[in-house]
Design a protein around this ligand. Structure first.
Ligand SMILES: [Zn+2]
Ligand SMILES: [Zn+2]
Ligand SMILES: [Zn+2]
Length: 161
């Protein structure tokens, strides 16, 4: 099975297409909404927290407050433009639903997120009559760099003994 690892995902839609989708659903195309979408499209990381998105939006739209950004992320989630991934511990992450369907490998040490274009749902046996509409699948562990640092740390500790 070919598993492709990549830092980011190619964008298949542009901002105007998302804005048009919102307009058709009866939402006002406020400057704030446009700024938030713009930030989501330009994220350098695959996943971002609401706080991170807020900090970027403030650079474009200085008057905006955190709850406005948060509420807008909720709207985008309801409209199927943004996916919210809530982990057990810590803040939820957001990403645009765009590009190829994929899942995530998340480093527990440095927080790096890598996208994997493989979906376990395809191989999962379904119960008769069950129609899946949504799913999330995230794998936690240590990235290559953090694993190497950990091993070196262990070596160093052993040397001292
Ligand atoms: Zn992703
Ligand atoms: Zn790491
Ligand atoms: Zn999937």
């Amino acid at each position: 099975m070919a598993v492709k690892l990549g830092k980011g995902v190619l964008r298949m839609h542009n901002k105007n297409e998302f804005m048009e989708q919102l307009r058709q659903r009866g939402y006002k195309l406020t400057k704030q909404r446009q700024a938030i979408l713009g930030v989501l499209m330009d994220l350098e990381k695959p996943l971002a927290t609401a706080q991170h998105i807020f900090e970027k939006v403030v650079e474009i739209n200085p008057g905006i407050n955190f709850s406005t950004v948060y509420r807008n992320l909720d709207v985008l989630e309801q409209e199927g433009i943004v996916r919210k991934i809530a982990f057990d511990q810590g803040a939820a992450y957001y990403e645009l639903i765009d590009g190829k369907h994929h899942h995530h490998l998340i480093c527990k040490s440095c927080g790096k997120v890598q996208c994997v274009e493989y979906c376990p749902l395809r191989d999962m046996p379904m119960k008769e009559g069950f129609v899946p509409t949504d799913h999330s699948f995230e794998v936690f562990g240590f990235c290559k760099e953090c694993m190497q640092a950990k091993l070196m740390d262990d070596e160093r500790r052993k040397g001292k003994e």
